[in-house]
Design a protein around this ligand. Structure first.
Ligand code: 6GU
Length: 233
């Protein structure tokens, strides 16, 4: 999979892409992630990419030329008015007005060979970008961020870790929260006794059937208490 990120803050991504699982996935050649500075496609002096909102009002709006030109240059063909579309590619825009991101949606995105992620800023972006360039709009929750960058990072993390071969123990993916509509069960490790706080006996019993039962019970209890909405699905 190839992921292209378009942003006016490319440096924000360097530390995130350079560590942990995202780093390893790139090193293994399982994903290629390119970060593009929108300002490089401005076409104007001082690399300006925004302008005041027509009709008045506060804040600046990202102009369409730079975004269309960035995406067309990344994909290598014209998108409008040519209307050429490739079902193996998707252009995603991050905005609090988008559909809420879920594990289901992340899994669906795995079918694309290439994803172009557009990060918004300021008061917004020209609506023609959203209407004629973007394929899907994504929000990561009901709160407001100052820009789409952290949302794009969340999206990249969630998708990269489920690319086949990235996480070696596929069990650890299957068992965790949201794969089964249950939250994960509680985990314990050494020491058995920490300041008189003891690990549940059953986990030390070696009885795998009992352990499975205990974990299922705890997962259900936790889900009922914290996320009853998941049980209704
Ligand atoms: Cl994708 N962008 C912004 N600016 N705020 C958000 C968001 C995205 N998702 C939740 N809040």
């Amino acid at each position: 999979m190839i992921i292209d990120i378009v942003t006016i803050f490319p440096k924000m991504f360097k530390p995130v892409l350079g560590e942990s699982i995202i780093r390893r996935a790139q090193d293994k050649g399982l994903v290629k992630i390119n970060v593009h500075d929108l300002r490089d496609y401005s076409g104007l002096t001082h690399k300006k990419v925004d302008a005041p909102s027509f009709g008045g009002g506060p804040g600046m709006v990202i102009r369409p030329e730079a975004v269309f030109s960035a995406v067309e240059s990344i994909l290598g063909y014209q998108l409008y008015p040519a209307k050429r579309r490739d079902r193996k590619k998707s252009i995603v825009f991050f905005t609090p007005q988008g559909k809420i991101l879920t594990q289901k949606r992340i899994k669906k995105s795995l079918r694309f060979e290439r994803l172009v992620l557009l990060c918004g800023r300021y008061e917004g972006i020209d609506y023609r970008i959203r209407k004629y360039l973007v394929d899907e709009e994504v929000s990561i929750g009901d709160y407001v961020l100052s820009g789409g960058e952290p949302a794009a990072m969340v999206f990249v993390d969630a998708i990269v870790r489920i690319i086949p071969g990235v996480v070696s123990c596929s069990d650890s993916i299957k068992q965790e929260s949201f794969e089964s509509n249950f939250l994960d069960y509680p985990h314990y490790t050494k020491p058995r006794n920490f300041r008189e706080l003891k690990v549940p006996e059953v986990l030390l019993s070696g009885d795998h059937r009992k352990i499975e039962q205990w974990r299922s019970k705890k997962a259900l209890e936790l889900t009922k208490a914290r996320r009853p909405d998941l049980l209704k699905e």
